[in-house]
Design a protein around this ligand. Structure first.
Ligand code: DGY
Length: 326
């Protein structure tokens, strides 16, 4: 009898998902959930044909050269900037991600962060907890209006569109967006969103939310020059990826009140956070949790497992990134 294929689950996942994978494969887990160093990951992948990964596992050309048995890597994330896709394709290794199952949950969080930022929720809670609230005042923590304001969206994929629908239909916002490619007319109408240039987006948005994928081309898409184009009353929300915003430039702009406030779920070099962001009051900081509800995280892990099982048992993955690898 042929031995069962061996796979690695690189980070701790739900027991139900591990059990599903054990029905098909010899499974090695990482029960400590401590991210592997690149060398440890190479070592753990020896003899493995498949892996379940998260954004913390970098799949590089060097790793692929050192792991010639690997045939498929399944990210438990919609973003896959931890994958060198060209190297994966050249090595004929299939890569998959988890689109769709997190769209609405992530859009909910984007809106929550936008509202917390505009209405100064974290800042005012810190004030209260510090025992500094001794009287009510008319202008106390007066923030920016959300309803009826102009919502700017940079990156208009599935999550951007779900945010646009919330803003336009739920809060009566004027929605403007910029994207590499313009949406078709029917989708624009359904999202009530108007396409503008990036310069117009920066200049007109009362609240600017970033939902674009990270790539070399989007590195520091928002830096000092872009922030200078924004209204002094504007807020900036990043639920996309660290590195899209120049965090040092943003912290300086927030400190000098060149924009009103920011809400950040992702950071350059996370889990480290730029120290200047930790000391400015007008920023809401969360630890990369935009898709974090139990049903959604379960759906993401199950979709990644479905991709692994489907590909290794039937040669078919549900959500491949690089089908040309085959
Ligand atoms: C995603 O799915 O890309 C989330 O950011 C989690 O990594």
């Amino acid at each position: 009898m042929n031995p069962r294929p061996a796979i690695l689950i690189a980070r701790a996942v739900f027991p139900e998902v591990v059990a599903r994978l054990r029905e098909h494969f010899e499974v090695e887990t990482n029960d400590t959930d401590e991210p592997f160093t690149p060398a440890q990951l190479v070592q753990r992948l020896q003899g493995k044909v498949g892996a379940l990964t998260t954004g913390s596992e970098r799949i590089s050309a060097e790793l692929l050269a050192a792991c010639p048995q690997l045939r498929v890597v399944c990210n438990i994330a919609v973003g896959y900037n931890n994958f060198d896709v060209a190297a994966l394709t050249a090595a004929r290794v299939l890569a998959t991600n988890t689109p769709d199952v997190l769209t609405e949950t992530t859009a909910d969080f984007g809106f929550a962060l936008l509202m917390a930022t505009a209405r100064r929720i974290s800042e005012s809670e810190h004030f209260l907890r510090a025992g500094r609230w001794n009287r009510w005042a008319l202008d106390m923590f007066a923030g920016a209006e959300v309803h009826g304001s102009t919502l700017g969206i940079l990156g208009m994929g599935r999550i951007g569109q779900a945010i646009a629908r919330r803003g336009a239909h739920g809060f009566g916002m004027q929605v403007i967006y910029h994207n590499r490619s313009r949406l078709d007319a029917a989708t624009e109408a359904e999202c009530k969103a108007r396409y503008v240039s990036k310069d117009q987006l920066l200049a007109q948005a009362d609240h600017l939310i970033l939902v674009l994928p990270y790539s070399a081309g989007s590195h520091h898409a928002i830096g000092a020059a872009e922030i200078a184009q924004m209204k002094p009353s504007a807020t900036l929300v990043n639920i996309a990826r660290g590195g899209i915003v120049d965090d040092a430039a943003l912290a300086a702009a927030l400190r000098e009140r060149r924009i009103a406030a920011a809400g950040l779920d992702v950071f350059e070099g996370e889990p480290k956070v730029h120290p200047d962001l930790l000391t400015v009051p007008n920023v809401v900081l969360t630890p990369h949790i935009a898709s974090a509800t139990m049903p959604t995280r379960m759906a993401m892990a199950n979709l990644a497992a479905d991709n692994l099982i489907g590909f290794l048992t039937q040669g078919r993955a549900l959500t491949p990134i690089n089908p040309e690898a085959l």
